[in-house]
Ligand binder design. Structure first.
Ligand SMILES: CC(C)(COP(=O)(O)OP(=O)(O)OC[C@H]1O[C@@H](n2cnc3c(N)ncnc32)[C@H](O)[C@@H]1OP(=O)(O)O)[C@@H](O)C(=O)NCCC(=O)NCCS
Length: 174
């Protein structure tokens, strides 16, 4: 059984100013950011989101085979916690190169970081930090204080990304 690394961030204490340079730098070098709500959650856009998610997920240790498109829509999109305003996309020359998707869980009282991914040729440039800054702003604007994320213990880059943002280990009984 996998011993998931369970992390959480207090978004009220998160310091936007420390990470906004990553967003400015990405925009200055030609990457723009938009939510799926802004772009429209149309069938072609959902298909593009699926393809991006699938490609990035191939690098998650032990991820196994990814959903079919229909399974993805049924399990990730057509669910009450899905919010197109919480799907942030990084776009370069018209191509979607990165994403950060956050769901909201009113009963549990937290937001959940479903998937952050950047296409391999664009990694190591701070794009994930820019995407997560926008995701954190969405969480805050939605009235939530806690952002939770689960990672495979061997997903070193994702764990390091979240610790860099200030995520800490979730309390064992949570
Ligand atoms: C995890 C992922 C999104 C990081 O994207 P990225 O744009 O390359 O990350 P950034 O350049 O913004 O780096 C952010 C921080 O993450 C950490 N990090 C990123 N890649 C790392 C690596 N390969 N090894 C160690 N730390 C890494 C660093 O702390 C870095 O901050 P620093 O450069 O100031 O030290 C990307 O590797 C990815 O898409 N992986 C596959 C999908 C995945 O596993 N997603 C998470 C599951 S939800």
């Amino acid at each position: 059984m996998v011993d998931w690394v369970r992390l959480e961030l207090d978004v009220e204490r998160f310091d936007d100013a420390e990470f906004s340079p990553y967003l400015r730098r990405a925009e200055a070098s030609g990457t723009r950011f938009a939510t799926l709500a802004e772009l429209g959650d149309t069938p072609p856009h959902l298909r593009a989101l699926y393809e991006l998610n699938k490609t990035c997920s191939a690098d998650i240790p032990d991820r196994g085979s990814f959903y079919s498109y229909d399974e993805y829509v049924a399990q990730r999109v057509d669910v009450p916690s899905f919010n197109p305003g919480g799907v942030v996309l990084a776009i370069r020359d018209g191509t979607w190169i990165g994403m950060s998707a956050t769901s909201l869980h009113p009963e549990q009282g937290y937001a959940f970081s479903e998937m952050t991914g950047v296409l391999a040729p664009h990694r190591g440039q701070g794009l994930s930090l820019a995407l997560k800054l926008l995701a954190i702003r969405f969480v805050r604007a939605s009235g939530y204080r806690r952002l939770v994320a689960f990672h495979h213990p061997r997903n070193a880059s994702a764990i390091a990304m979240n610790r860099r943002l200030g995520f800490t280990d979730l309390a064992a009984d949570d």
